[in-house]
Design a protein around this ligand. Sequence first.
Ligand SMILES: C[S@@+](CC[C@H](N)C(=O)[O-])C[C@H]1O[C@@H](n2cnc3c(N)ncnc32)[C@H](O)[C@@H]1O
Length: 266
Amino acid sequence: MDSRKFYTDANRKSWDEAAPKHRAANQEQLLLDVKKSDFNPLADYLLESLALVGVKNKKIIQLCCNNGKDVLAVQKMGAHSTVGVDAAAAFIDQGKELVEAAGLQDVMQLIVSDVYDLPKELAGQFDIVLTTVGVMSWMPDIKDFFRVVSELLKPGGYYVVEEMHPVLMMYEPDEKGKSRPLHSYFRKEPWKDTDGLDYFNHESYDAKPCYSFQHRLDNILMAGINLGMSLKHIKEIDRDISNFCQDLQHQEAVPPLGFTLVMQKP
Ligand SMILES: C[S@@+](CC[C@H](N)C(=O)[O-])C[C@H]1O[C@@H](n2cnc3c(N)ncnc32)[C@H](O)[C@@H]1O
């Protein structure tokens, strides 16, 4: 097994294990909320990026869509049709329940797949590829991830990103829960975590190992630029968009906490 597959397989198992905990925290309310015509959990800064490219009548795919709530919102904003992809079958099952509750089965498709191993027939089909917060740090290879994004897009299509800022990966909570910068921004080796992925209740459990990766902002941008993609928009965000280091947004010296990005395929 190559090392990338080792990491993505381990992460899939860890996310599948976390899915029942996320379901308990969310699913009941989401099943009610997605029935509303104005259901939209997307943050204002992401809506701003989507408005730049326009979603009406577009074919849109979200990678690492988790339970699909974000791509479902984009469908409700007037997309022609949408596809969500996630490696964790247990999250896609939750997403399918949401799609059915919203009555959007005819225009939405949710697929279980590793992003590095997508069905070939998806290539070149989409006006927009979307990723929302908490995706890039799961990617062992950021250059190859951008290659996947680019292959999915039609010529002239857009990659729209909402992401936690890589500066955040420097921080860990100390014994009092205060976030401290402990890791180099330029770290190369992955982090291994066995505390679990319950980022709603922040409950630690004896979890299957998962692995995350530091991708500097320059490496993220260059991964797209080296494929010929052009930078259309970038915005750094001073709010905690990842539920990861909430205290940082309230301190006086606030580091960048998130970013949005729009890149266009030639
Ligand atoms: C933090 S969650 C994304 C949450 C999303 N922003 C939302 O709010 O719904 C990350 C997701 O990426 C998925 N994932 C991680 N690595 C993946 C891979 N190689 N291929 C496909 N999905 C992957 C996980 O299963 C998980 O559902």
